[in-house]
Design a protein around this ligand. Structure first.
Ligand code: RIB
Length: 294
């Protein structure tokens, strides 16, 4: 069993700042580093480091070689990552001393997915395989529709929450993972129980994971609703923590773990990720995460 992730690949330019830059302000950054990132890439790396078999599909520009290397070094199958005549996607990330971030995204090559590329990657999938999507590429609505028609378990991380979410029919989804900002935009609710109730009423057969940072995470599948507290961690950079959670949670679910065990594993992995700078490079390997659980 494998998971096909049609996802973004970004060069993350990370700036250490004392506060997020304000309108009209010029702010000096204390430090600038470039890291491998993109929600798609981060989630594929987390899945692979957790032990899942991952096929990544996406696009980079000529300047995106290090992103492909990053996936490959984590054990991800990159045969469906194409190099196109557009700049690689990038993110400008401001990180505060406490680890919180603000992200400005440029899609670039991430919006160059084609129907032909989609069909070629989907042709590699069969019964029991999973399809993972985020909202940083084009074709997301089509992919959800095609994946569901093919009998794949379609998982969606509706991030970032913007108007392009309207292209996706959530009835195609088996599982949806979101944070409180995305949840509010989807349901109009802000309180966890109200969010989960509203989503369940609208999409009764879709399992839901709501991540709340230091507030832990909720899982709901209509039969069980459970809360996983966050593991204590001294955060230096929270970039990619949600992606780490997503990858680890899905890897455990694919392996047949109970949701409670998958949530605990994912939470431990995310707690380790926030103690390190960067996105993909901060994602722990399975061994380290298991050590935190004993
Ligand atoms: O989720 C974190 C990611 O969001 C970063 O790596 C950045 O590239 C943006 O896509």
């Amino acid at each position: 069993m494998k998971i096909l992730n049609f996802g973004s690949l970004n060069l993350d330019r990370v700036y250490a700042v004392e506060h997020f830059v304000q309108e009209g302000e010029t702010l000096s950054a204390g430090r600038m580093e470039t890291h491998c990132g993109g929600k798609g890439l981060n989630q594929s790396v987390a899945l692979a480091r957790a032990g899942a078999s991952v096929l990544h599909a996406g696009c980079v520009g000529e300047d995106g070689g290090q992103l492909i290397d990053c996936l490959r070094e984590s054990g991800v199958d990159v045969r469906h990552v194409q190099t196109v005549d557009q700049p690689t996607g990038h993110a400008v990330i401001q990180v505060l001393p406490g680890g919180q971030n603000g992200i400005l995204l440029f899609s670039g090559a991430n919006r160059c997915l084609t129907e032909q590329g989609m069909e070629a990657a989907l042709a590699e999938c069969g019964a029991g395989d999973w399809l993972l999507l985020q909202n940083e590429t084009n074709l997301t609505g089509r992919l959800a529709e095609r994946g569901a028609a093919q009998g794949l378990k379609v998982v969606f991380n509706p991030s970032p929450a913007d108007s392009r979410l309207n292209e996706v029919d959530f009835h195609h989804l088996s599982c949806c993972l979101f944070n409180e900002i995305e949840a509010a935009s989807l349901t109009g609710e802000t309180e966890p129980q109200a969010i989960l109730d509203a989503f369940r009423r609208q999409y009764p057969s879709c399992a839901t994971v709501l991540t709340l940072g230091a507030g832990g995470a909720w899982y709901d599948d209509g039969e069980q609703r459970l809360h996983q507290p966050a593991f204590p961690a001294k955060a230096v950079d929270t970039t990619g923590a949600g992606d780490t959670f997503t990858g680890y949670f899905l890897a455990a679910m694919m392996a047949g773990d109970a949701p409670g065990r998958a949530m605990r594993l994912a939470s431990a992995a995310a707690a380790l990720a926030v103690t390190r700078k960067g996105a993909a490079n901060a994602i722990p390997w399975r061994e380290e995460v298991e050590k935190l659980l004993v």
